[in-house]
Design a protein around this ligand. Sequence first.
Ligand code: GAR
Length: 199
Amino acid sequence: MSEKAKIAVLVSGGGTNLQALIDAEKSGIISSGEIKLVISNNEGAYALQRAKKAGITSVVCSKKILGDGFEDTLIEILEDNGIDLIVLAGFMCILSEKFTSRYANRIINVHPSLIPSFCGKGFYGLKVHEAALDYGVKVTGATVHFVNEIPDGGKIIMQKAVYIKDDDTPETLQRRVMEEAEWKILPMSVEKVSKEIKG
Ligand code: GAR
């Protein structure tokens, strides 16, 4: 069998999607890749505790502190660790074209809506679910896609729909979209792309 794809997971917050990836690797849903590294742009991210608990090396790479040197530092860390696949799992920084073109078809992102609805600049976290409820859509969901220079604009890998309930709040909807869609399609997509990279 060929070597596994080396995965870096980039996070900013709670890290429930990171947890879903860690659990999927343990249970064998992800078998073609292994999480080598967790990188957070936020030193207070709970995701870092999740990485520690799972015995995964983590690094803080702060855009606030590094400024213009942020992406160069990120690249150095990724290259030093021989990373094949970059997974944005609740990573709240937009990456430049210089960065995304260097890793074409090697960066994937999970977004909490059915792209092309409620996506692009300014649509992140709870804001996405607020916008979906304000609009009155009856179905939302999650999307995993490749990352290119257009925010949430790369080729779609997987999507899963979630029905909206009459009494949903942004918080209840966010939780259901995570449970029913994100935590399922992100690990499945990571396995699919890892397999393609190493296949
Ligand atoms: C997730 O819902 C993810 O889809 C979203 O942020 C949340 C992070 O949660 N990402 C975006 O909105 C990116 N545009 P987590 O830290 O618990 O995985």
